[in-house]
Design a protein around this ligand. Sequence first.
Ligand code: RP5
Length: 177
Amino acid sequence: MSKAASVSKVAIIIGSDSDLPIVSEACKTLDEFGVKYDVRIISAHRTPETAASFARTARHDGFRVIISAAGLAAHLPGVLAAYTTLPVIGLPIASGPLAGQDALLSIVQMPPGIPVASVGINAARNAALLAVEILASSDESLTDALESYREKMKASVLAKDVAIQGKGIKKYLDDGK
Ligand code: RP5
């Protein structure tokens, strides 16, 4: 494997280790696509200097896209985006009394000039898929992998449709599919 291929292209930055149960789905998805990633615990509020220094050198360090998960007043994706021109995907985490709506709004309402993409609350799989799509814009093998992933998804939904029509709702549910 060339040195370039062995370098992680995705950085997953989480505000707290309490975000890991949700974020692990993003890791699993990147594993499925064979995309290497690094996971770091960096907080915009508790370790702001590390957030700045990580983002400043992220491109030079070989990363091509950042997934940033945070809950509550989720400033982390925006702060990282302020220090890098790499695309940043915000992943709002449901935690606290507002169940992630606070994080979602903090992430999507960036001021003009410093964009952050956002997936839905706890939508870790989509965050990873979006990261793969960004990498696939310059990687044909990832484009092929995404197409085959969608084909499999389509076949699974078509099979479920056939099954529900054949069995009816009750048996479909009783059979667990
Ligand atoms: C955010 O605050 C983290 O991303 C986490 O979702 C939330 C709570 O953090 P902990 O108090 O669990 O460390 O910064």
